[in-house]
Design a protein around this ligand. Structure first.
Ligand code: GDP
Ligand code: MG
Length: 370
């Protein structure tokens, strides 16, 4: 079926409904109850989490499915790791990102004129690249995770050495754990006289973070976004972890990615897309949610037009008919006809979904009155 209730999916998977609902919450679904309706696509992803291999009727969306991962993924080229910086407010996330951005060779080549596009790629002197994401809006993150995707390969958990573990530190920790994303702790502001590195470490340990200092496997790097101290170590640690994760992607085939941000600028509707696999080029047709684009141009974080964007690269995409939504998956279509057909199909799905939602509501109201 194209739609299934949480209760019916639990039955199909052979699970107790209340147990299943709480497990869905762990997977990142918010306010989910047994009467919620899931699309076939979401249900399929959830079923996969339980080791099933569901067959989904994708209708017109079929044409947008990217090619399957090859049998031997190690034959694919490595792609830059995608890193998200998280942490409590004022602990220095923006400062660290700015420092990394400025130290990037790419930004130096363009006279350091960088603009905020929610994501940027740093080229190290070794030639290796790291893609950093500004903490995307919570809703976008959640929406991506609900579809079974971890846009980010790892998290940098920033903790200020003069403030230690705070509520949003714990929240970030919770997210990283729920998404099963490995993380590195960056203890920031070590230049401050009030800095107390050991205090931060013991606070983290109290919250179950198994730091390498104490025999665990979570790396800790002490940095200052102000003086730049430790920043090279941080980059090295990121590359080390990336090497362990062996992050690869196919630059060929139909492209696939995620909308990180969507804005309207003087030049038109712009979406920042993180390419996950394949390569985007001007002239390509893409679909995100119920919106399509013929890519008019691609721009990097320095606002410079580029010819292509491959796996792991964040890029501004221009040419949307409507603004796409942050958190939507981007899929390349082979041609305009199939992009249109997919949008039409998704529109119909939504309308039918709305009808089912309304019927469920009416039924619920009726039960409540009785
Ligand atoms: P965010 O809310 O996590 O993005 O934090 P910001 O990057 O905006 O930093 C908050 C404040 O801390 C700003 O006034 C920064 O200048 C300051 N700050 C950030 N990193 C450092 C650091 O390493 N050392 C010192 N002394 N101040 C820092
Ligand atoms: Mg900030």
């Amino acid at each position: 079926p194209e739609f299934i209730s949480v209760a019916n999916l639990a039955i199909a998977l052979g699970l107790k409904i209340d147990v299943f609902v709480s497990q869905l919450e762990e997977l990142g679904f918010e306010d989910v109850g047994k009467d919620n309706i899931l699309t076939g696509e979401t249900a399929a992803l959830v079923a996969q989490e339980y080791g099933f291999e569901p067959k989904v009727d994708m209708g017109e969306d079929e044409d947008l499915r990217p090619a399957p991962v090859p049998e031997d993924p190690t034959s694919l080229p490595l792609r830059p790791p995608v890193v998200t910086i998280m942490g409590h407010v004022d602990h220095g996330k923006t400062t660290l990102l700015d420092y990394l951005r400025k130290s990037s060779i790419v930004s130096q080549e363009h006279g350091g004129i960088t603009q905020h596009i929610g994501a940027f790629s740093v080229q190290l002197s070794s030639g290796q690249q790291i893609t950093f994401l500004d903490t995307p809006g919570h809703a976008a993150f959640l929406s991506m995770r609900q579809r079974g995707a971890n846009v980010t390969d790892m998290v940098i958990l920033v903790v200020a050495a003069d403030d230690s573990v705070m509520p949003q530190t714990l929240e970030a920790l919770k997210h990283a754990r729920a998404a099963r994303v490995p993380f590195i702790v960056a203890i920031n502001k070590i230049d401050r006289p009030e800095a107390n590195i050991n205090h931060v470490k013991s606070d983290l340990a109290k919250h179950g973070v198994e730091l390498e200092d104490f025999g665990g496997d979570v790396q800790v790097v002490c940095v200052s976004g102000k003086t730049g101290q430790g920043m090279e170590d941080l980059e090295e640690n990121i590359l080390l972890l990336a090497e362990m994760l062996d992050i690869r992607a196919d630059p060929g085939g139909m492209a696939e990615g995620w909308v990180l941000e969507s804005t309207i600028k003087p030049i038109g509707r712009v979406a920042t897309v993180l390419v996950k696999r394949g390569t985007l080029r001007p002239g390509d047709y893409v679909v995100a949610g119920r919106v399509q684009a013929k890519i008019r141009s691609l721009r990097n974080e320095a606002g410079v037009e580029i010819d292509e964007a491959g796996p792991g690269m964040p890029v501004e995409v221009l040419g949307w008919k409507e603004p796409p939504e942050a958190g939507d998956m981007v899929l390349q279509a082979p041609d305009e006809g199939r992009a249109k057909a997919a949008v039409r199909y998704r529109q119909e799905l939504k309308e039918r979904g709305d009808v089912i939602g309304q019927m469920e509501q009416i039924e619920k109201d009726r039960r409540e009155r009785e």
